[in-house]
Design a protein around this ligand. Structure first.
Ligand SMILES: C[S@@+](CC[C@H](N)C(=O)[O-])C[C@H]1O[C@@H](n2cnc3c(N)ncnc32)[C@H](O)[C@@H]1O
Length: 228
């Protein structure tokens, strides 16, 4: 049988990392078609939410395009990449070297499920954590670890911002329902999460309050939590 994920970037264990074909430049920068479509609106939305001087730790940076796009637009945001996947980290490093800016740092190796995130917990002064499109394409423990780690790093009133597809209180858009079924067929531990049912309780257990939900194109949301 043909491997339906044959052209997708994969982890060492053969799991697809992202359910799309990604092109790469000779210098190692990868390009995600979905980020090509959403990077402007994600950047503009983040700029409305972030503090005027923001230091962002991005979790699961993937190709690295969001950070590179952000720092090309403003001097007021510093951005640090992270991921668990070596190929993705290579792309992030290539974007950082292409940008050649002290606003763009990393990548650092962070697996959200680790009980300690290493140096970023010891010496960094982040006031925001941003994570796009990870919590549905990883076991739920990755989402739990994201909130736990963010609570160790952030101070009171700092923010954790998620971007991606969600269900809302049991309601789900048809396209997200199809996506949920597709994800669960690939791995039963994956799946589009319900913001109120799955995510808010985890956020609250870790001291985060749901602050803003912003509708984005293609049935995605940007969701801001504030650390209490
Ligand atoms: C679908 S990609 C999203 C990448 C990028 N944020 C975007 O929006 O295109 C999922 C990313 O989650 C990362 N990831 C999966 N499990 C993780 C974990 N436990 N901790 C940190 N990153 C993880 C993968 O390596 C991959 O880069």
């Amino acid at each position: 049988m043909a491997d339906e994920n044959a052209t997708y970037q994969k982890t060492a264990s053969g799991q697809p990392l992202a359910l799309e074909q990604r092109d790469a430049e000779a210098d190692g920068r990868r390009f995600s078609p979905s980020i090509g479509r959403n990077k402007d609106i994600v950047r503009d939305t983040l700029l409305k939410l972030l503090p005027s001087k923001a230091s962002v730790l991005e979790i699961a940076s993937g190709t690295g395009e969001h950070g590179a796009h952000m720092i090309a637009s403003t001097n007021h945001v510093d951005w640090t990449y992270s991921d668990i996947d070596p190929d993705s980290m290579n792309s992030q490093a290539a974007w950082a070297s292409y940008a050649d800016s002290n606003q763009l740092r990393g990548p650092v190796l962070i697996d959200t499920t680790d009980p300690h995130w290493g140096d970023v917990e010891r010496c960094a002064t982040f006031n925001a954590v941003f994570c796009a499109n990870m919590i549905h394409i990883a076991p739920f423990e990755a989402a739990i670890g994201l909130f736990k780690g963010a609570s160790r790093i952030l101070k009171s009133d700092d923010q954790l911002i998620l971007y991606g597809p969600f269900a809302r209180n049991g309601d789900i858009a048809p396209s997200n329902q199809r996506f949920r079924e597709d994800l669960q067929r690939r791995d039963p531990n994956w799946g589009v999460r319900d913001l109120e049912i799955d995510i808010v309780p985890v956020a609250q257990r870790n001291g985060f309050i749901l602050d803003q939900v912003i509708e984005m194109p293609a049935n995605n949301l940007t969701v801001r939590f504030l650390n209490s």
